[in-house]
Every structure is written in C-alpha cells, then in structure tokens.
Design a protein around this ligand. Sequence first.
Ligand code: 0X9
Ligand code: ZN
Length: 308
Amino acid sequence: TFDPFHYYSYDDQMKYLDFVASRRVSFVTQGIIGYSSERRPIKFLRIGFPSRQFKPALVIEAGIHAREWIAPAAALYAIHELTTDGVYENLLKTIDIYVIPNTNPDGYEYSRQHDRLWRKTRSGPRGPQRCFGTDGNRNFPYFYAFDGTSRDPCSDIFHGDGPLSEPEMAGLSRFLLAHKKTIRGFISVHSYGGNILYPWGHKKRTYPDDVRDLIWAGNRMAAAVERVHGTKYKVENSADGLYPAAGATDDYAKSIGVKYTYTMELRPTESENLAKRGFELPPQEIKPAVEEAFEGMVELAIIIRNER
Ligand code: 0X9
Ligand code: ZN
C-alpha cells in the first residue's frame, strides 16, 4: 500500500499512478508526455470529473531537478489527497488538475543510486570531458540562454544543445501547447527555500503586465501554506528574489499564455536550512512539507475555478 510520506523509486512512483488510474476510472485519466533519454515513460494523471461545461485546468509539474526529492513526493501526495478525500469532489467537478510527478526520471534514479546531489537529466556524453546531463529548467525556448545558464556541458546549469534539446522537456512543451486553451495555472515544484516565485525569471525587474494578479494569488497561496504548520513562504519575483535564470518551465508556461504561473520552492525554508541539509530533507519532514505545499496548490485551483 502507498505511503505518501516516503521517498519512492521512479518505478514505484509510476506503479502508484497506474494503481490510481485503474481504481478511479471515471475521473482519473493517465497519459504519457514523452520518454526520457534512457527511455523511461514520463506519465501524468488528469484528475477531474467529466463535464459538458468548459473546465479550466491547473498543471502541477515536479521533479525536473533530480535531487529535489520532496517535489515528486509532494505531487504524489496531491494525487493521493485529490483521489481519496471527498472534500475535493466539488472542486474537481469544475476544474481539471494535471499532475506530472516526475519530469526527470533518469536524473532521479541517478540521484538515488549514484550521486545524491545530481540535478540534471542524463543525456550525453558531451564535450571533451564527456559530461552528462542538461538542466531541464534552462532548456525551454523563452529567452533561451539569456542569463543564469551555461554553455559548458559539465556545468550544473548547462542549457542543452538548443531549446528543447532534451526529450523530457520537448515532451513537456508539447503537452503544455496541446492543452494551452484550458490551462489557467501552472506550478513547477522544486526545493528548497520556501518560496512562491512568479515571472519573469530571465531578467531582474522585468514583470508581466498582470504581475499584480500573480502577486495577489501568490499571497493567497502563501497564506494557505502558512495555515497548515505556520511555515512562511516568501512570495517574490524569481529573478529579483533568487537570481536571473532563463529557459525555465515557469517562464515558458507564462510565455504561451498561462496566466497564473509559479515555481514553488518547498522545505527547508532558507531560515531553517543551516540545520536542515538543503535538498536532503529528512524523511520525518516529508509529511509537513507536502501537507503545507498541497494547500498552496489547492488555493490556486480555487482561484482559477472562481475566475472561470
Ligand atoms: O534555479 C532554478 O531552476 C530554480 N531554483 S532551484 O534551486 N530549485 O534550482 C528556480 C527557478 C525560478 N524560475 C526562473 N528563474 N524562471
Ligand atoms: Zn529545482
């Protein structure tokens, strides 16, 4: 049986998706956005009751950075709650939630088996030093390679051979374009820091026209997170608050017209981190971390539903 407060292998994550899809046939649909370099299928679930009326959609994408294990765990917890707790039934009659729990399966398994702090995909080798991997969150077409990225294939922020050079990212892009008419929200789940980051991310002091709406909704998400265990997430522009980094999923989603687009950096928060080891969030903390993150996601779903 599935324990949502455990770090699972990629195979076991996908087994859980298969299990949910087979058990809740009427309102859960499974799909594949594409295949990784090592040919692993990248699966997603669409959760929502069929409706004759227009339904907006929220997309939750996690795991693009291999070492951020709490991100796929949070996505699986969201699937678990949405498909087992009846309180979400009404919400799911008026909105569809797509969850892609792990967009970098090769990197994730490499982080589990060889190098805990691996970040990138596993394509390659490239260059004279025969280095592997591209930073998937630098591989998207909006202001590609503009700042905060590297052309060195050995760098942790290598942007790839060109926009969407990675099959995982090409798959995610195709998926977003195919559904862009319905997608109103997009959350890229990462760790760590305790932030809700809004666009644009490629350049400091550069914001979309509707940035006030994004800050407003981001503050509501942060308030929802805080109500669970008192954790204070910071709502900030990603370039101003962290650093400029071009070619990320959040900017790409915004650039194709998704209104409410965020990156969530889960626990540990920056202030806790001295004691808490960054990406290696201890298993005892999975539960509070995913519980609070989930409330932030639900809050955005409610906002989108109310604007329909
Ligand atoms: O650098 C990143 O890709 C993200 N931080 S992480 O520590 N998880 O690697 C932040 C991405 C924020 N979004 C943009 N800069 N567009
Ligand atoms: Zn990350």
